[in-house]
Each structure stands twice: as C-alpha cells, then as structure tokens.
Design a protein around this ligand. Sequence first.
Ligand code: GSH
Length: 210
Amino acid sequence: MFTLYSMQRSGNSYKARLALAQLRVPYRLIEIDILKGESHTPEFLAKNPNGQVPLLEVAPGRYLAESNAILWYVAGSSALMPEDRVNRAEALQWMFFEQHSIEPNLGAAYFWLTLVKGGRELQRHAFEDWMEEGHRALGVMEKRLALKDFFVAERYTIADIALYAYTHVAHRCDFDLAPFPAVRAWLARVAAESGHVTMDFDPAAVAAAK
Ligand SMILES: N[C@@H](CCC(=O)N[C@@H](CS)C(=O)NCC(=O)O)C(=O)O
C-alpha cells in the first residue's frame, strides 16, 4: 500500500489526495506540518532531501516527490491519463505551466495569506508580482477553457487536477475570478466529477466513521 506524506492545507498535497480518491486507491496518510518544520527533520530529509510534501512512498523505501510527478505515476494508464502521445504531451505542457505560472503565484499567495499568521506583511514586497503574474496566468487558462471543457483530450485528466488545486482557492487569497467566467465554469465541472473530494477530505476520518 502507498504511504502519502501530505499536509491537509497544502494544494500540492491535495492534488495527490484527489487523484488517489478518484482512482479509489487505498493509501496510508501521514500528516506533515511544514509550519512546524516537520518536512525538515533528518528523518524526512532522508526520504525527500528537498524537504517538501507531497511525498509518496511507492514501494518500501522508494519515494516520489513533486505533486505532478505523483499525479503522473498514480494515474498510470487509468482514465485520468490521456491516451495518445500528443495528448499526454499536452497534459505535461499544462502541468509545467501550473508549476511555472500558477503555483509560484496563486500557490505562494495562498500559503502566505491563508496559512501564515502575518504573512501579508511579511511578503508585502512579493505580493504585487504574485497578483500580476497570477492574473496573467488565469488569463491563459481562460483562453483555453473558452474553447474546451477540460484542458486536454476533451475530458477530465491529471492536467485538470494539477491546475484545480490552487485555482479553486484563488478567491481566498485576493484573486478575483469574476473576469474569468470560463475558469469558473471549469471549476464547477471539476468539482462535479465522480469521486471528487474537497481539500479538507480526510480518508482516515471517513474510514473511522464506517
Ligand atoms: N513543486 C513542488 C512544490 C511542493 C511544495 O512547495 N510543498 C510545500 C507545501 S505546499 C512544502 O512542503 N513546503 C515546505 C518547504 O519548502 O520547506 C510540488 O509540486 O510538489
């Protein structure tokens, strides 16, 4: 069984939890509080020298970091993975876009504004850049979604999961989604997908309640 090292309020970790839930893959969840330095202990750094979650133990002692690599791995040849070569490459294209244009802006704003006390003041110098670049990236998504229901392969795939993680909480960190109607419609479509779970979903709590 997989073990996922994750932080409940981390968008990157949510990507892995969402895909695993939709694929109905059982896994052990270990909560790592990055705000308490738990991803920088010697034990954790031995598993991921980069000191970050999510981290998936795919086989005893074999660890996979980077949320989008984890998505790629768990999707395998399931319905979440596009079938043909060009669609798979397009999925990667959007997943790289997510890492370069969404995560460093929407993800950073989400982290500092919603998770860190006093984060707005601490990051005042960076905030304007995140807003400008983040809104620009949302504009890129808007253009794609004005033409297509999903990013790749005319259906819901790991590219949508990667992009959903921080976009669906953008309004909680000062981003205004009003000028992006196609993005808002896509967010609703993703949330309506079969087996969708929210960011606060905890598989252990559900299992305990059974
Ligand atoms: N590119 C990585 C970023 C992972 C990342 O930034 N993880 C954050 C939580 S969302 C973290 O563990 N931060 C702790 C640290 O960097 O010390 C991914 O997509 O997984």
